[in-house]
Design a protein around this ligand. Sequence first.
Ligand SMILES: Cc1cc2nc3c(=O)[nH]c(=O)nc-3n(C[C@H](O)[C@H](O)[C@H](O)COP(=O)(O)OP(=O)(O)OC[C@H]3O[C@@H](n4cnc5c(N)ncnc54)[C@H](O)[C@@H]3O)c2cc1C
Length: 404
Amino acid sequence: MIAIIGAGPAGLMAAQILSEAGYAPTVFDAMPSAARKFLIAGRGGLNLTHAEDFELFCSRYYEAQPLMQPALDNFSPSDMRSWAESLGYETFVGSSGKVYPLDKKAAPLLRTWIHKLKANGTQFKMKHRWVSWSKDVWQFETSDGLKEYSFDAVILALGGASWPHLGSNGAWTETLKDKGLSIASLKPANMGFNVTYSDIFKDKFSGSPLKNVELSFTDIRGKLHSKLGELLVSQDGVEGSLIYTHSKFLREQLEQKSPFTLYLDLFPHRSESQLKEQLSAKRGKQSMSAFWKRLGLDGVKASLLREVLRKDSLTDSELVAKTLKKFPLKLDSHRPLEEAISTAGGLEFENLDEHLMLKDFPSVFCVGEMLDWEAPTGGYLLTGVMGQGKQAAQGLLKLLQGEK
Ligand SMILES: Cc1cc2nc3c(=O)[nH]c(=O)nc-3n(C[C@H](O)[C@H](O)[C@H](O)COP(=O)(O)OP(=O)(O)OC[C@H]3O[C@@H](n4cnc5c(N)ncnc54)[C@H](O)[C@@H]3O)c2cc1C
């Protein structure tokens, strides 16, 4: 029997390659139904991949790029689009270059995918949580107690440890460590950060977007990051696309020293001197708030200013202009792994050969978010994990056909 443990997108892609080649793999998963994280990904619009230049696309995997390259060459963004189309789901490129199915949904696509897998001979054993592995015996916890299986080959696709209630809880790290495999500690990726706000600010503005701002900071390697975009004020701090894109570098800064201050230009399309001039105009009998509002300074931006400046400084147009152009946002820490969109760290690539097979345990492969790489949101995660599912399944085919 060929087993795939983990019915997320990485494991399902491996099942597709194997079942299309005439092998009938059995997919085990701890949860009652498959690919729960993939389904949740569809909630905000299933971002399958990205349409930017391929070289730029590959650079999004940071220092893991060379290790991810075989998966990306073998399952490129255009392969991802053809794959969705082969299931009957046309895709489109959004304004930011992100690629979605036409209806942006995950559920119909997943239903069709699983239907096709079953039609091709893939079997599913749900509510089977893999707990241990000794020699040839693989043990699973099930509602009928512990069950033992022996396999000819195994693909582990167990995911990271974010959103653990969806099935991936990172428990596999202990089992694989016991086998002498090296594992980089699991950390949050694409997560929010904690900022200390006043209670008044939190009550009024948590959940508010902060649109059209420019974020800037220098990373631990001395590289300046500066990007226009949108972030979200959360109950505990900040989150949203502009923050997630930089979360790896901000996390690294906090690991070196916390708190860490990044800067926001709250009016990137006006210069400091323009702002100063506008703020210095006569306001007559208008209240400060009404005067600011006329300049476009109101809501969350005005209240942020009140978070860092004393009341008697708010009439100092030079200081206010300076602060609006370089607003210090002090990050105390990052949000926990359970809340993050994805996981950094994991099983190190040095344990694996070029087909993602464990060097010390031939015929056991590992793929997807459980491996030690990270990428920002934007479709890079799904492309990476499905590419690795394909890479390992093709390696296993070679092994089964005696070519390896
Ligand atoms: C809210 C949210 C939105 C997202 N949106 C996007 C997006 O739009 N685009 C994008 O590219 N990515 C997105 N992602 C990330 C993407 O969903 C993941 O990177 C991807 O699902 C990882 O695939 P995987 O197969 O490696 O792991 P998973 O999807 O985590 O699947 C692993 C499977 O293994 C099972 N498992 C774990 N341990 C065991 C065990 N011991 N025994 C048996 N089974 C086990 C789990 O139940 C799970 O089904 C999003 C993530 C979240 C949380």
